[in-house]
Design a binder for this molecule. Structure first.
Ligand code: KMH
Ligand code: ZN
Length: 311
């Protein structure tokens, strides 16, 4: 069984690299947008903020540490939420580019993608629309020939660089094999418990969003990691709320936000990230579940604390 906790950790993933500005005006793009929405999401109940950056002019995902540094100190000053920096980056970045911001910022947490895979976001470009920026449609369409690279060597490198800084990992597992990859690194002693396992459903190229799959991933993680892991769930698109709700009823933690889903309801775009956090928070409270504070999250995940980061 996953490590038992009596509080639910809510992660908010604010902007990511899947959606593009023309898909929703709510997507935070500039450092100011990202800081403001991150602070609002933390106030709404998110105790972990999963962060990517975008070029402020074009909205294209960027790994530039200078852009991250324009919003990280603001977020740290205004909230006590845990900052989690992506090492998955965006479709056009090398592994080195993906690592640059996390290496500079030495955050309490960073993401770690547990295997190479197809990562198809091209269907997002199939609907006719007025594109705000030239890069958006080709970026999405090119994902039909894209491999999201996370070789064993890449994973070992990220574990080494970031583990040396005391950074803990959001281990992103998009399919059952990724859980076994993580078990391999645990066996080698390259990652230490408690593991934070983010099981992901509904990305084209990963496991689908059916409830059976969620139970299967959970059972497999239980078998591989016992109580050495903390289990969280992310459902892509319209599966975000149903799957996070299901996970919470099974003792899991949840991830929401515009990185993974841009809708608040069928046909209704979310106003901002805080709206998605508020929605899951309301559901959790109706289920008599209590969300974890940032301090409780730090205790559950054994984080190094916000005084030990590089921003
Ligand atoms: N957008 C998520 C499905 C990362 O930042 O490392 C995957 C993600 C990757 O969060
Ligand atoms: Zn991400």
């Amino acid at each position: 069984m996953a490590k038992k906790t009596d509080k639910v950790i809510v992660t908010c993933a604010l902007t990511g690299a899947i959606h593009t500005p023309s898909l929703t005006p709510s997507l935070p793009v500039t450092p100011d947008d990202i800081a403001r929405q991150a602070i609002d999401a933390a106030e709404a109940g998110a105790s972990i903020l999963h962060l990517h950056a975008r070029d402020p002019e074009t909205g294209m995902p960027t790994g530039d540490p200078d852009v991250f540094m324009q919003f990280l100190p603001r977020i740290k000053q205004a909230t006590d939420a845990v900052v989690n920096i992506t090492t998955g980056g965006g479709l056009t970045m090398t592994v080195e580019e993906r690592l640059a911001a996390a290496t500079r910022a030495r955050p309490e947490m960073c993401s770690l993608n547990m295997g190479s895979m197809n990562f198809g976001i091209f269907p997002l470009a199939w609907q006719d629309r007025d594109w705000k920026h030239e890069w958006e449609k080709p970026y999405l369409l090119a994902s039909d020939d894209f491999i999201f690279r996370n070789t064993f060597k890449d994973i070992a490198k990220i574990l080494g660089y970031m583990g040396d800084q005391g950074t803990k990992f959001e281990c992103e597992c998009y399919d059952v094999g990724h859980l076994y990859n993580l078990a391999h690194f645990l066996d080698r002693g390259l990652i230490k418990p408690p593991l934070f396992v983010q099981t992901i459903f509904g990305i084209l190229g990963g496991i689908g969003p059916e409830q059976d799959n969620l139970v299967f991933m959970r059972r497999t993680a239980d078998r591989l990691f016992g109580d050495a892991y903390v289990w969280s769930v992310l459902g892509a698109g319209r599966h975000q709320l149903p799957l996070t709700t299901l996970a919470a009823t099974m003792g899991g933690h949840v991830r929401v936000g515009l990185e993974d889903n841009i809708y608040a309801a069928k046909g209704k775009l979310a106003r901002d990230n805080a709206e998605l956090v508020t929605k899951i928070r309301t559901i959790l409270e109706e289920l008599s579940l209590t969300i974890a504070t940032p301090a409780e999250t730090r205790q559950i995940l054994e984080l190094k604390g916000m005084d030990n980061v590089g921003f």
